[in-house]
Design a protein around this ligand. Structure first.
Ligand code: GDP
Ligand code: GDP
Length: 434
């Protein structure tokens, strides 16, 4: 579940070079709203069978700030957002005052740190790494970002750390995050959720997670609200940097099973809400739409239905998400969020029987046969569910080119009707049978 890696270090040590090596060409358009991908601040990476996201904190800048303020902010962001911190130094220049400063900041957190000594382009420089033991943050590993040397070892170490954390995560706990543009009521909702009948489980000492998530139990189910720190510590200078708030949403999504997308009922749906909802959808996580500030909405008995229709029109791709109309202020329907989170979580992990899956697809094709598209007619031979979170189905066919998107949509609807995937996206992949 965990999987956020942050790169820190003073200017010009090679952070962005290493970032580029780690993520390769895997950048995604959807995440680019605030330029987080274009500026190569945030991207997905994968190594072996593991996927994770990488943040280059060097790309998050404060205007008119001193080097020290800048680097302090970057280290803080890394500590708050990351599961593993990659601390980069320049092997050719030795330890500088700024390196020491960063090391001290990082030592205060409980996050695992991987110390990377960059610009070791050649074996003749290898001995340069030993002096960096003095930073007191662990064993230095030599790399050359520009030559691509040592990057595999670095990725191995990252995966080891992430695997260790996966073992620590609680299997029967549902983690969720509350995202939305500023002032929609995220903090108020968090308080309303935690304020009622909550039983806070104290954070276990010695775990690698800093206490930014809040675990609690409700009706016998364990939950974890991700990134409550971001809600408590409002007013930090960098809270207002747009890139940072996007990053925060992306990393919270990454760490959650289910996403609550909050909309402000007072102002109605805005363009920015669509971006936020888009991230949640793209991540393939469970989604619940929370239409908040319901107490401020002028309403009669038809309003809820009308709003519902409007929401699905505005967020067409989220037609699987349930909507709940709440007031964080009065507590109205806040309780109804929990069964929806649970449903979304369970459905996102649902596995269907292969034989039943194939029966459903055969019936679907009988009821609505494929027509000619792209020069041929699609024939599906059989299908398999290959993954959960989200449920992913592979259709083996005569030629995937013949699959029209409207037919794919039809098949998705049939699967939804047959198996009930409320609250979760599902993926359908069409392949050619060999
Ligand atoms: P950042 O400011 O920490 O993100 O550093 P950059 O990635 O922009 O790199 C700063 C400079 O160091 C650039 O001129 C890079 O080409 C150079 N550089 C990065 N990695 C290496 C390396 O492994 N060896 C050498 N010799 N130069 C490197
Ligand atoms: P955030 O920025 O998304 O965390 O939003 P906040 O929780 O800080 O709320 C922004 C403002 O909206 C505050 O003044 C809240 O008191 C107010 N607010 C939040 N939820 C509700 C609600 O359900 N009803 C009303 N009337 N006000 C709300």
């Amino acid at each position: 579940m965990a999987g956020v890696v942050a790169i820190v270090g003073r200017a010009n040590v090679g952070k962005s070079t290493i970032f580029n090596r780690m993520v390769g060409e895997r950048i995604s358009i959807v995440e680019d709203v605030a330029g987080v991908t274009r500026d190569r601040i945030y991207a997905k990476a994968s190594w072996l069978t593991k996927e994770f996201s990488v943040i280059d904190t060097g790309g998050i800048e404060l205007e008119n700030a001193s080097f020290t303020t800048q680097i302090k902010m970057q280290a803080e962001i890394a500590i708050e957002e990351a599961d593993v911190i990659v601390f980069v130094v320049n092997g050719r220049e030795g330890i500088t005052k700024e390196d020491e400063y960063v090391a001290r900041l990082l030592q205060k957190s409980r996050k695992p740190i991987i110390l990377v000594v960059n610009k070791i382009d050649d074996n003749q420089f290898r001995d340069y790494i030993y002096e960096f033991y003095a930073l007191g943050v662990g064993d230095p590993i030599p790399v050359s970002g520009s030559h691509g040397i040592g990057i595999g070892d670095l990725l191995d170490q990252i995966i080891n750390q992430l695997d260790l954390q996966d073992e620590e995560t609680n299997e029967d706990e549902i983690s969720f995050s509350i995202i939305g543009r500023p002032n929609v009521g995220k903090s108020s909702l968090t308080n309303a959720i935690l304020g009622e009948e909550r039983v806070i489980v104290s954070n276990i000492e010695g775990t690698t997670r800093d206490a930014i998530d809040t675990p609690f139990v409700k009706d016998g189910q364990k939950y974890r609200v991700v990134d409550t720190a971001g809600m408590r510590k409002k007013g930090k200078v960098y809270e207002n940097i747009e890139k940072y708030s996007i990053l925060r949403a992306l990393t919270s999504i990454e760490k959650s099973d289910v996403i609550l997308v909050v909309i402000d009922g007072e102002t109605g749906i805005r363009e920015q809400d669509k971006h936020v909802a888009g991230y949640a959808h793209e991540a393939g996580k469970g989604v619940v739409i929370v239409y908040n500030k319901w107490d401020l909405v002028d309403k009669d008995e038809k309003t809820m239905q009308k709003k519902q229709k409007e929401i699905y029109e505005q967020f067409k791709y989220l037609d699987y998400a349930r909507i709940v109309f709440t007031s964080a202020k009065t507590g109205q329907r806040v309780d109804q969020i929990f069964p929806l989170i649970q449903e979304s979580y369970e459905n996102s992990r649902k596995r269907v029987q292969t034989s039943v899956l194939n029966d459903v697809l055969v019936d679907a094709q009988l009821m609505n046969p494929t027509t000619t598209f792209n020069g041929g007619r699609l024939k599906i031979f059989y299908a398999n569910q290959v993954a959960v979170c989200p449920p992913t189905f592979v259709l083996f066919s005569n030629d995937p080119q013949y699959l029209h998107f409207s037919y794919k949509r039809y098949l998705e609807n049939r699967l939804r009707e047959a198996f009930g995937f409320e609250g979760t996206p599902i993926h359908i992949i069409c392949r050619k049978r060999d």
